[in-house]
Design a protein around this ligand. Structure first.
Ligand code: THU
Length: 131
């Protein structure tokens, strides 16, 4: 499952729009009912860029999916997915809205090597509105 999702994330990164950072990122999000949503980073000249992870999550939510099992992420300069890329703080906070603590965050590279974190490991003590 991990390697299939990483391959999907590599495909997603082909659509990265990153003329400013020249840093391509792809994400593949697995919903609880087995669908995969792809996302890439989409940059903007005045800074209102969207990360690959949030693109995938927002695509899924906008099509009625709000429960997720896992996300695979690849990224690197000029499409070279050498290092493991963990999600930025803004994306982690968006994950907090929809993902349980055991949601899997799979960070991969171009050789399909990977590490798996849980969401709880990457954003402990996240903000939540009280009752
Ligand atoms: N980026 C992502 O898409 N996901 C991350 O987890 C970190 C960074 C994008 C934003 C920007 O287009 C480029 O990578 C460099 O920060």
């Amino acid at each position: 499952m991990e390697k299939e999702l990483i391959k999907a994330a590599i495909m997603a990164a082909q659509n990265s729009y990153s003329p400013y950072f020249k840093f391509n990122v792809g994400a593949a999000l697995l919903t609880e009912d087995g669908k995969v949503y792809l996302g890439c980073n989409i940059e903007n000249s005045c800074g209102t860029s969207n990360c690959a992870e949030r693109t995938a999550i927002f695509k899924a939510v906008s099509e009625g999916h709000k429960k997720f099992k896992a996300i695979a992420i690849v990224g690197g300069p000029n499409g070279d997915f050498k290092e493991f890329l963990t999600p930025c703080g803004m994306c982690r906070q968006v994950m907090a809205e929809f993902c349980d603590k055991d949601f899997k965050i799979i960070v991969g590279n171009k050789n399909l090597e990977y590490k798996v974190y849980t969401f709880g490991e990457l954003l402990p003590h996240n903000f939540e509105l009280g009752e």
